[in-house]
Design a protein around this ligand. Structure first.
Ligand code: UP6
Length: 268
């Protein structure tokens, strides 16, 4: 998988969100996702307008936005079409199937109505996939499972990571399209079986924060560990210096991530 171009992997996916992600990556030459972890709709839309041209994906935490409305979500969807990116609500669902199906479709946020992609912990077992799939699959949405985390002391390692991979394979690839992970956790995949690996914990300057976050560079993530998409939050939206500084920083990460991908393809 890591030696195949993104474009050659499109046909290995039936899920429309997975296909769209790979198409955008190829078209815009970007494996960068920006995590927009700000707390007002105005700030969020401002960051998205600044980084939109450089990314394949915008990641949200809608429950941290104090004035969230479905109008905001509609505006985000409009921008995702104009600027050509996929929306990933990083909800990290973690409950029984019935509850997550309600959390995904209903409530204040109605995530399934506007987010192309979301994710879930494997802790509750395969029912969580079935519950989310009952809502998301008919809408063409995609799901990632959290196989590993970037934070210090994470329990998602070893056999937990392996069992998560097995759970995804057991569920089939029509709805689960990949993993949040720090490594290529799909090395035991069969022929023609393709998964998207997305890695948060990416920074060019800082090595971590006071709360256990750990950063690696785009090169370490894409070239050394073989991930497909780098997810960057504070490293981009947190940069000082206003509009141009944020745009420049997004382009810097896009360039670094793409260079590491091209080097990976050329590796013998
Ligand atoms: N995130 C991680 N690590 C994980 C999974 N998710 O950092 O294993 C998410 C965080 C945050 C973003 O919830 O939204 O990725 C990372 O932000 P940062 O680049 O500002 O640290």
């Amino acid at each position: 998988t890591t030696l195949k171009p993104y474009s050659a992997r499109i046909e290995l996916h039936a899920n429309p969100t997975a296909r769209r992600i790979l198409e955008i990556m190829d078209r815009k030459k970007t494996n960068l996702a920006v995590s927009v972890d700000v707390t007002t709709t105005a700030e969020a839309l401002e960051v998205v307008r600044r980084v939109g041209a450089s990314v394949c994906m915008v990641k949200t935490h809608c429950d941290i936005i104090e004035d969230f409305t479905l109008d905001f979500a509609n505006e985000l969807v409009k921008l995702s079409k104009q600027l050509d990116f996929v929306i990933f609500e990083d909800r990290k669902f973690a409950d029984i199937g019935n509850t997550v199906s309600l959390q995904y479709s209903a409530g204040h946020h109605r995530i399934a109505s506007w987010s192309d992609l979301t994710n879930a912990h494997s802790v509750p077992g395969p029912g969580i996939i079935a519950g989310l799939s009952s809502v998301g699959l008919p809408l063409g949405r995609g799901l990632l499972l959290l196989a590993e985390m970037s934070s210090k002391g994470s329990l998602a390692v070893g056999s937990y990571t392996e069992q998560t991979m097995k759970m995804a394979r057991g569920a089939g690839r029509d709805f689960v399209i990949g993993f949040i992970a720090q490594n290529r956790v799909d090395t035991n995949s069969g022929e023609g079986e393709d998964w998207l690996i997305m890695s948060p914990g990416v920074g060019l300057v800082s090595i971590g924060d006071k709360l256990g976050q750990q950063y690696r560079t785009p090169r370490e993530v894409v070239y050394d560990s073989g991930a497909d998409i780098i997810i960057v939050g504070r490293g981009i939206y947190g940069i000082q210096g206003g509009e141009q500084a944020v745009k420049d920083e997004a382009e810097r990460y896009r360039t670094e991530g793409w260079k590491a991908y091209e080097e990976r393809l050329g590796r013998k």
